[in-house]
Ligand binder design. Structure first.
Ligand SMILES: Cc1cc2nc3c(=O)[nH]c(=O)nc-3n(C[C@H](O)[C@H](O)[C@H](O)COP(=O)(O)OP(=O)(O)OC[C@H]3O[C@@H](n4cnc5c(N)ncnc54)[C@H](O)[C@@H]3O)c2cc1C
Length: 319
């Protein structure tokens, strides 16, 4: 909604068409015709100089451009996601990674302070479980009693995770899915961007983040090639595709979340007193440093070039 309101302010309502679905395109040397189906069943064709397809993981444009690579892959992991209003914990800025990833793991983090003046923080939480594929639908709700027992033995002084789940405002289920990396995002005057080009497992918040970098780079390239959309799109593809495909491949594993498995393996899943004895900060920092370099935001003191050749499973065997 933030993006939507910003577009209305900056570009104007006449530039936005809601309730319309692109079903395909046809292009010639001068432009592109888009086939559109409106929610009321009305069909329309519109013609433009070029098309940037940001139509998400089920992209109709991607399906036409790469018919053999249109179906997403399921990771075997289902995510249970909810938000809960509660008192701030640990200063209000702490992310918790909880659980044994061989069984189920949970991430908990605050997303809004004093939510809507309630005096409470809005806490986001995600539980991952292994098992049957769930349907991919933004509105599929989950029954939290199926996962609460997995956290029977978890005792954290400042956070009752079972209560957190019970108090959720809503719980949604999502399969963790991604697309295989593509060998091209451009077809003449048509180009893919965001999840349409590179849906990845969003480890470390790298779904929308990479889409936003795409947007910046494509705008720069259009400004540099104002009369030649194909040249602009090809330059964008050249600047972004290999980098993003490398991230997509790495996210296929656990990403930096490998730290959870390292801790579980080194402790046999049993409680411990001193994290320094299990996973020293310097070792964790090294893992985070390599991850940050990979996704294009090197941490101070870490080599940006460390991304080269980095693969998550190299880190996983660091022991
Ligand atoms: C459960 C879950 C958790 C996630 N968590 C994170 C996270 O913490 N951090 C992170 O960075 N990323 C996360 N992601 C990934 C992130 O949501 C996506 O990477 C991001 O939304 C991609 O943006 P996009 O604009 O490319 O596509 P989308 O946000 O999917 O937008 C695509 C748009 O195109 C529209 N559309 C679809 N088909 C058509 C059509 N045929 N014609 C016209 N319009 C169409 C859709 O209605 C939609 O509005 C998560 C994803 C899921 C499912």
């Amino acid at each position: 909604m933030l993006f939507y309101r910003t577009v209305l302010e900056r570009v104007g309502a006449e530039s936005v068409t809601l309730g319309a679905r692109v079903t395909g395109y046809v292009q010639d040397a001068e432009g592109v015709r888009l086939d559109i189906e409106h929610r009321d069943g009305r069909r329309e064709q519109v013609r433009h100089d070029a098309v940037i397809a940001a139509d998400g993981i089920k992209s109709a444009i991607r399906r036409q451009m790469h018919p053999d690579q249109a179906e997403p892959e399921f990771s075997g992991i289902t995510m249970w996601r909810g938000t809960t209003l509660r008192d701030p914990y640990r200063g209000g800025h702490t992310i918790c990674h909880i659980g044994n990833p061989h069984v189920s793991s949970m991430i908990v983090y605050p997303i809004a302070e004093n939510f809507e003046g309630s005096g409470k923080d809005l806490i986001n939480w995600v539980v991952e479980t292994n098992g049957e594929e769930t349907i991919e639908d933004w509105n599929q709700t989950g029954d939290i009693t199926e996962v609460i027992p997995l956290y029977d033995t978890v005792k954290i002084p400042f956070l009752d995770v079972q209560q957190l789940m019970r108090d959720a405002r809503e719980v949604y289920l999502f399969p963790l899915i991604r697309h295989a990396p593509l060998d091209g995002w451009v077809d003449g005057r048509v180009v893919l961007l965001g999840d349409a080009a590179h849906a990845m497992y969003p480890r470390g918040g790298n779904g929308i983040t990479q889409a936003m970098i795409d947007a910046r780079v494509i705008v720069e390239q259009i400004a540099a090639h104002p009369d030649d959309p194909h040249a602009a799109f090809t330059a964008y593809d050249g600047a972004r595709r290999e980098v993003v495909n490398r991230i997509t491949d790495n996210m296929r594993g656990e990403g930096y979340e490998v730290i959870r498995r390292i801790v579980a393996d080194r402790t046999d899943g049993l409680p411990f007193d001193d994290i320094e004895q299990v996973l020293p900060l310097a070792e964790a920092d090294e893992i985070f440093g390599r991850y940050h370099a990979l996704v294009g935001s090197p941490r101070p003191g870490h080599d940006a070039g460390a991304a080269t050749g980095f693969r998550t499973h190299d880190v996983a065997v660091a022991e």
